[in-house]
Ligand binder design. Sequence first.
Ligand SMILES: *Cc1c(COP(=O)(O)O)cnc(C)c1O
Length: 349
Amino acid sequence: MNSNFNINNLLRDNIKSIKPYSSARDEYKDTTDGMIFLDANENPFSTDVNRYPDPQQTALKQRLSELKGVSTQQILLGNGSDEVLDLIFRAFCEPNRENIITLPPTYGMYNVLANINAINTIEIPLTSDFQPDVDEILSAAHSHTKVLFLCSPNNPTANSFKADAIAYLIEEFQGIVVIDEAYIDFSKKESWLSRLNDFPNIIITQTLSKAYGLAGIRLGICYASVEIISVLNTIKPPYNINQLTQERALERLNAEDTVAKEIRKIVKQRKTLRKALKSIDYIEKVYASDANFILAKVDDANKRYQQLVEKGIVVRNRTKQPLCENCLRFSVGTKAENEKLIQTLMQLS
Ligand SMILES: *Cc1c(COP(=O)(O)O)cnc(C)c1O
C-alpha cells in the first residue's frame, strides 16, 4: 500500500469535490485586537462564551503538537472519538456499497457507526490469544473494503496487538487502517504516532476520555497525513469543539505532571487488582492488561454481575461477546473502590 497510496482511490466520489462551509470565524478570529465583530450574529454582551469558538482549535492543536511531536496539520479534533470515527466513515465509505473490517471482541462503536452509515461490517474474530488473524483479515478484504479497525490496547480484552502484525496489516491492506489508541497511555508499548510519517494509510485515534480524565468534555483526537486530515477537516461540522471543551482540554494538557501521576496510580492499582482477582476461587482467568480495565473469566458472569449490582457495584458484563464467555470487565478505580470491589467479590457465594 505504501508506495502506491493515492487518497483519491479511497475517498467517496461526493467527498472529492466538496467545498468546506466557510464560517465567520474562519475569516477573522475574535481574538484579533481592536476589531469590532459584527459578522456572526452573536449577542455582543459578554457571557464569556457569547462568541463562536475557534473552528480550527489553534491553541489546543498547538499544545498537542508540542506534546506529541506531530505537526498541527496532522491533527483533527472531534466531539469525542465517536465523531472522529464517524467522519472517517463519511469520508471513505460509500453507503450501501462498501464495507469495513472489525476484529471482535472489540469496541462496539465501529459497528454502530457502520450501521448508521449503511456500511457492512466484515467481522474477523481475534485468535484465541486475542491477536489479529492476519491471513483471515487479508483474505476477507476485497476492493469494496475501505477501512480496517485495529483497537490496541483492545477493548474489552485489554491486551495490545503485536507490533509486527500491525505493521504487516498496514503494509498489505489496500485501504485505511485505523489504530484506536484510546488506552495507549496505560501501556508501556510505543504509540504508532512515531510511525505516522512512514505510513500514508494510517489514522491514529486517541481521546481525552480515559487517561486524561475528561470523558465529560468529549474530546477525541485523530492523527494522520496532512492529506487525510485536510479532507476530514473539510467535512467536519465547523464549530464541532465548543469553547468550554477547548479551554478545559488545554488546561489539562498543561497539567502533564498531574496526569502522569494519576496514570501511575491507576497502573499500580491495576497490578494490585489483578493479583487480588486471581485469588478469588470462582474467577477462572484474569487476563493481562495494557489498559485501565481488566477482563476476567468467572464461573457464571450473569450471576456474578447481578450479585455485584445488588451490592452497589457496577461492572461490565461481556459474556455475549465472542471469545468472552462468562467474562466481566472491571475498570480500575481508586484504591478504596478497588478494595471494596475485592472485599465484595470475596464475600459472594
Ligand atoms: C472509550 C473508548 C474510546 C473513547 O471514546 P470517546 O468518544 O473519545 O469518549 C475510543 N475507543 C475505544 C476503544 C474506547 O474504549
